[in-house]
Design a binder for this molecule. Structure first.
Ligand SMILES: [Zn+2]
Length: 423
């Protein structure tokens, strides 16, 4: 969650606004000149070694042929801290959802020997690595952050950099939280991390504590185009976006509706041009969406988002990979074997969730003239499901069980999307 609200996220209180780097290549040269001539504009000489697309893709290939220490290194940052921060809705805490998704992603990616996956925390505290890093390097993190801020400030003063105003107002992070976010980036730079994924769930102001808000869907935040780590981040974000958007609505919050949002001021993704790794922040949906609120669907829906994220990474690293051909549905919800009659007024169930997913892959869900945001997959059988089911039945000439999953509809669903389907 990162808009306006209660708990906040990644904006650090700046002494100068964030400024875009208008001429990144020239600036790199400029920094070399500055260090040669001993100009003391910053107390630390900064090095920028942004990961290129070719670099990280070649790592994946290198790990393929058994070159040691060449795995693609991915840092997962479950949004917010173990006992602090993030959106809340009823009894649901964003910081728990983000951790659940991070663990799912760690498990799924961990099964692929090309990746080395690290997670920053569990539900109680920081991982031992970050616990000791924060304890032993706090002053270094502060100094390093200040140096980057001064670097930008200096470049503004000499006209190499021009300001970019963020499109969305962000919540402010308290100092400790902000420095820990900078600390993740600093550590990642020092430890050859290729990709950092910050995991969040969104919220928006103005709804009651138990009343859903107006917006839904996911969005991916990437560094503003002139950051050094922007190009690589956007390349990775594109393939993840492409997978997620097949089954999930893109956020309809004004400012997020492009799906991939360039941001100048999020610490997580490299404010002050701090990050060498491709760094993105994924808001996986709004915390009050039904598939997260409903306890019987939460685990499968979050696991599925992790799975789709993994497929997106595979698309980036290995376009012709074996995983892709083995996964025909882009989701872990299918194949599914339907066994019961399904109709409206049944409450929420995995059976209906799988039905909605199958209907979506079949092109009839959401129904004509509706958006995914108006008809999300919720696991409950409402007007959207009814219309889509009727369209499905019409498409395949099924008569006599209009609006319910009776024997004929069920056997067609199982034939197309079931575990014993004919491929
Ligand atoms: Zn958040």
């Amino acid at each position: 969650m990162r808009n306006y609200l209660v708990t906040f996220f990644a904006v650090f209180i700046l002494s100068v606004p964030w400024f875009a780097l208008t001429y990144p290549d020239q600036m790199r040269d400029f920094l070399l000149v500055v260090s040669d001539t001993g100009d003391q504009f910053a107390s630390v000489i900064l090095s920028h070694n942004p990961k290129t697309v070719e670099q990280i893709q070649s790592k994946y290939i290198a790990s393929n042929i058994g070159i040691p220490n060449k795995k693609v290194r991915i840092l997962l940052v479950p949004g917010h801290e173990a006992n602090y921060g993030g959106a809340e809705y009823g009894s649901i805490k964003e910081r728990d959802l983000t951790l659940e998704l991070a663990k799912d992603l760690e498990r799924i990616m961990g099964a692929n020997s090309h990746y080395q996956v690290m997670v920053t925390r569990d539900d109680k505290t920081w991982s031992p690595t970050f616990d000791s890093y924060f304890k032993n390097n706090w002053q270094d993190i502060v100094t390093w952050t200040t140096a980057h801020r001064e670097e930008i400030s200096h470049l503004v003063s000499i006209g190499y950099v021009k300001p970019v105003v963020p499109t969305i107002i962000h919540n402010k992070a308290p100092t400790g939280v902000a420095y820990r976010l900078f600390g993740f980036t600093k550590w990642a730079n020092e430890n050859d991390v290729d990709i950092i994924i910050h995991i969040h769930f969104n919220d928006n102001p103005g709804h009651g504590i138990n009343t859903p808000g107006d917006y839904s869907g996911f969005s991916i935040y990437v560094p503003e185009k002139q950051y050094y780590n922007s190009t690589t981040t956007i390349a990775v974000a594109n393939t993840i976006f492409s997978r997620l958007s097949k089954l999930n609505p893109v956020s309809d919050l004004p400012g997020e509706s492009t799906g991939i949002v360039e941001e100048p001021d999020l610490i997580a993704i490299g404010a002050y041009n701090t990050s060498d790794a491709a760094s993105m922040l994924i808001e996986y949906g709004y915390i009050y969406e039904q598939q997260f609120v409903n306890t019987s669907l939460r685990a499968v829906s979050i696991n599925d988002l992790a799975f789709q994220t993994y497929l997106g990474l595979q698309d980036f690293f290995d376009k012709n990979n074996a995983v892709k051909s083995a996964v025909s549905f882009n989701t872990l919800l299918l194949p599914h074997e339907w066994r019961n009659l399904v109709s409206k007024n049944e409450g929420t169930s995995g059976e209906i969730y799988a039905l909605q997913t199958a209907l979506m892959l079949d092109g009839v869900y959401p129904p004509q003239n509706t958006k995914m945001n108006d008809c999300p997959r919720t696991g409950s059988f409402g007007p959207c499901t009814l219309k889509a089911l009727e369209a499905f039945q019409k498409k395949y000439g099924i008569d006599g069980e209009k609006g319910i999953v009776g024997p004929d509809t069920r056997s067609l669903l199982n034939e197309k999307y079931g575990t014993n389907r004919l491929i």
